[in-house]
Ligand binder design. Structure first.
Ligand code: ZN
Length: 120
């Protein structure tokens, strides 16, 4: 899939360049849930409204805790490729606001607890 580019406003990730540089970047399609999809669109901080259909966001924007297969990936020494249904891009975003940060911290706590449960 050459020509795949990231939808986040200030992100220069693209599939061809990553391949050339030997970077492992995955591109994720927008979620099916309308609510989560709206949040993704908002977090892209693009000036114009864009249609997220056929658009992608690269894996640089997702914290490792946002992946469903983090433990599996660690065990098999591979790359996470499955996002949680509720995953939101939180890293390397333009104009990061306080609101996003506090929301993220709250979620982070919940995630931590969930992970402890799932490990044992
Ligand atoms: Zn990106």
């Amino acid at each position: 899939m050459t020509g795949t580019i990231c939808s986040v406003a200030n992100c220069k990730s693209n599939h061809a360049k990553a391949k050339k540089d030997g970077e492992i970047i995955r591109f994720f399609t927008f979620p099916r849930s309308p609510l989560t999809r709206k949040q993704w669109v908002r977090l892209c901080h693009r000036k114009n409204n864009f249609n997220p259909l056929n658009k992608r966001i690269c894996s640089k924007h997702f914290d490792s805790n946002q992946f469903e297969d983090l433990i599996h990936a660690k065990l098999t020494n591979s790359v996470c490729s499955k996002l949680k249904k509720t995953a939101l891009p939180t890293l390397f975003l333009p104009n990061k606001t306080e609101k996003v940060n506090s929301e993220r911290n709250k979620r982070y706590e919940v995630r931590q607890r969930k992970e402890i449960v799932s490990i044992f």
